[in-house]
Structures are given as structure tokens and as C-alpha cells.
Design a protein around this ligand. Sequence first.
Ligand SMILES: Cc1ncc(COP(=O)(O)O)c(C=O)c1O
Length: 361
Amino acid sequence: MHVPYFGGKEKEYLIECIDSTFVSSVGPFVTQFEEQIASYTKSQHGIAVVNGTAALHTALNILGVQKNDEVLTQGLTFVATANAISYCHALPVFIDVDIDTMGLSPTALSLFLDENAEMKNGKCYNKLTNRRISACIPMHTFGFPCRIIEICEICKQWGIPVIEDAAEAIGSTYKGQKMGTFGEIGVFSFNGNKVITAGGGGALVTNSKELGLKAKHLTTTAKAPHPYEFHHDALGYNYRMPNINAALLCAQLEQLDHILSNKRDLALKYKDFFEGSSNQFRWELENTKANFWLMCIELESQEERDHFLKQTNDNNVMTRPIWQLMFRLPMYASCQRDPQKNAVFLENKIVNLPSSYRKNG
Ligand SMILES: Cc1ncc(COP(=O)(O)O)c(C=O)c1O
């Protein structure tokens, strides 16, 4: 569905990294990448980690999400979003998405909070379960920006910090501002299937110095800085991105704008191709720019979708349905959720198309 493109200085940087012998979690490429991602997203701080899931886990952790808390997120997402919440021994609550953005719906979020939440001592609680609602994770599905401004406004009213799961949305923007920079923390994935890749990798971005320092500390086993002593002042994680992955990623980040424009050309070709057909090619909304990570069409019905999936895959064109909704998975079946009407609609109709960089344009 999405093949990586290595058209820049990837090999040069990898050889430099190997020759330096600094291939593990200390080395100049990690710091260089952190500076580059902060600068690219116009954030104050960038922290490089081993993958997007670890970035989400760290973000929840440093925002103080505790055991038995609840975290609001969308039911239509990749399982890592919900898993990171579970790693904190907190419970995901699944809110519906908007049909047009495929991301968290501010209308559904507001409705859920009005019906289920109350403020106690400046904190938001679920009236039904008595649990604290300690974070909200909207996700930009396939790189299409969700209604992040409205979501942040609603969360602010309820004292809920926002972590943007921008794992799929590097380079996507709302009114020119990069996705991942609207909430308290933004999270990216650089898995092999993403727009740019470190083999495996992830990052957090934030404008808070305190959160930035905490993220770096926690992801480097919470080791107190010292030339030779081993003192760890908290339960930390070995989540720091290795230098060898960062070397690859520094080269990839240099290529990002070029990759995005190549992918946009492909998106325009699909748009033309599907013009006038009953299969609607998903395009970006006003004021937004999608990175077109995974391009998709909306079929007319589930039967049409299944027919399309079979025809294409039988003819060696890889197409995929959307993920199974979170409440269908055994570990999340009993979690609280709203009716998920739009998520089910999309689950039945959306198909991803081959979306890779095209070497010959
Ligand atoms: C929405 C979403 N969140 C989180 C992740 C997790 O990222 P990673 O695979 O780097 O752990 C991914 C991608 O894999 C994703 O698509």
C-alpha cells in the first residue's frame, strides 16, 4: 500500500553512522532529527522515540494519566491508539468520527461530555463510572486533518489535555499550521509504511519545556545525567530512537516536501480518474492540506466495497478496507462508547488504494 522512497542521502548518513560506531541510542543523528522535526513542525521541542506507540504511551504518561482514568478517543483508529491508553492501565472511551474528516467528531465529543461528564475541583469526571477523564486523543485518519480547533476548544472547556495522534499525518496542515501542533502534545510514527520512515520510529512534539524535558527523561530510562553513575529517579523506559534509525530519518525528513508533492500528484490523478463515478475519491476539506498518506475511495455500499476489494486484489492491485472498529476487538468490546454511527458507515464503505511515491511521477 505504501512503499518507502529512499531518494536522498539515506545511504550516506547510514554509512557515516556505522563508521562512527554510534549506532545505538546516543549519537548526533538523534539530536539532529529532534531539532529538524521541531523546526519542521514549528514546535519548541521534538523528542525521538522507538515508534509511534511508545510516543503515545509517553505522552499519556507525562500528562499524568493514571490507572483507572479514562481517555477519550475515536473508535475508528489503528489499534495502537487504544493500546497506548491500556498500557497506562487507563480505559479508552470511544467517540464517533465525522464522515467527512474520518477523524474525531467535535459534535459527538461535545454531546458525550454534556451527557456524561461533570467537573469536580477543576477536573473532569465521568458521572457514570466516577472515573477521571484525563486526556483526549483525536487522530488524523490517513493524514486527513480532523476538526482539531473545535476539539481543542471543547477539551479546554472541560480541562482535558489533548494529545494529537498525528502518526499518519506528518506534513498535513490546517490553515498552514502542521498537524501535531494544536494539542498539548503531538505524536508521529515513522514506521516502514508511513510517508517517511526510520525503519521503525516515532516522535513527540510540544511547545511545553516541562513536557519536553519529561518526555526525554522518561524515554531514556529516567536516568539522572551523570558521566558515570547510574541513578534512575523514576520508572523510565528504553524508548529512545537509536542513532542508526535517526540517520535514516534525517535523510528522509530532507525529502519530505518532495515526497508530499509526488504523492499529491498521484492523488490528483486518482481524483481525475474517479471524477463522475459513483466511487468518491476522498479529497481534503477547505483550509486543510492532507499529506495523502493512504488515499481512499468511498464505495456506495458494503457489497460494492467487498466486490471492489475482491476484484482489485484478485488482479494484483493491493487495496484494503479500513481497520476493524475498536469496539469489535475482544480487549475493547466492553469499553464505554457512543453509537459509532459514522464510524460504522465508513467501516462499510472506505477502501484504501495503493498510495506510494511514484518514481516516474
Ligand atoms: C493512528 C496510529 N497511531 C499510532 C500508530 C503507531 O505507530 P507505530 O507503528 O510507529 O508504533 C500508528 C501506526 O502504525 C497509527 O496509524
